[in-house]
Design a protein around this ligand. Structure first.
Ligand code: AP5
Length: 192
């Protein structure tokens, strides 16, 4: 199963991807996690990305594509993947299509998690207290939500127009949302 998880900051992409990974037995590829690992390692890429991420802006498309190509060169992605946090703009959507075409692959579903903004802000505020992620402060959260509206929402429309989008209600308990996603994927899981 090849899955692209879309949704605004705090919609539960990372949380649900961690569960889906076990359910589908495919790797979870989070571009946010890959970037945070680079920042933590203090690599040249991490140093470039750190301030951009802290401000809640998007890291450059070239850096992201390089990271993604590197990750997809590993054998474990041949069985499928859950891509979380990519694509985030139309340039990245085109780059993903090209990369998958080169690899002779196509994703099965783009799943959009839908959650109202007030709840996103509440969830992220909860995580800020629990984990202190550098970009979970109110100013960066506002920016991340704005970037989502301006740059990522067109990706959702693009996949919708292509007939590749599945929208899932992301409000409810972790189990409820997980069940909704797996129900939406069920037909493809049976055949593939
Ligand atoms: P990224 O790490 O992708 O962050 P994000 O999109 O802002 O998403 P979050 O991690 O905030 O939310 P999520 O939807 O994963 O929700 P989660 O499961 O964590 O990106 C960070 C930054 O990296 C970007 O701003 C950018 O700078 C850079 N970047 C990454 N990818 C990039 C790209 N492709 N191009 C350019 N730059 C890129 O849940 C949030 C909280 O809610 C958690 O505390 C969780 O426990 C809780 N929660 C989840 N579900 C529920 C539920 N059902 N009920 C109650 N609480 C819940």
């Amino acid at each position: 199963m090849r899955l692209v998880l879309l949704g605004p900051p705090g919609s539960g992409k990372g949380t649900q991807a961690a569960r889906l990974k076990d359910y589908l037995q495919v790797p979870h590829i989070s571009t946010g996690d890959l970037l945070r690992a680079e920042v933590a390692a203090g690599s040249p890429l991490g140093l470039q990305a750190k301030e951009v991420m802290a401000r809640g802006e998007l890291v450059s498309d070239d850096i992201l594509l390089g990271m993604l190509e590197d990750r997809f060169s590993r054998d474990d992605t041949k069985a499928g993947f859950i891509l979380d946090g990519y694509p985030r703009n139309l340039v990245q959507a085109a780059a993903l299509s090209e990369l998958l075409a080169r690899l002779g692959q196509k994703f099965d579903f783009a799943v959009q998690l839908e959650v109202p903004t007030e709840l996103l802000v509440e969830r992220i505020a909860g995580r800020a207290q629990a984990e202190g992620r550098a970009d979970d402060n109110p100013e960066s959260v506002r920016k991340r939500l704005q970037v989502y509206t301006d740059q990522t929402a067109p990706v959702i429309d693009f996949y919708r127009q292509q007939g590749e989008l599945t929208v899932v209600d992301g409000v409810g308990s972790l189990d409820e949302v997980f069940t909704r996603i797996t129900e939406a994927l069920a037909p493809a899981k049976e055949v593939g």
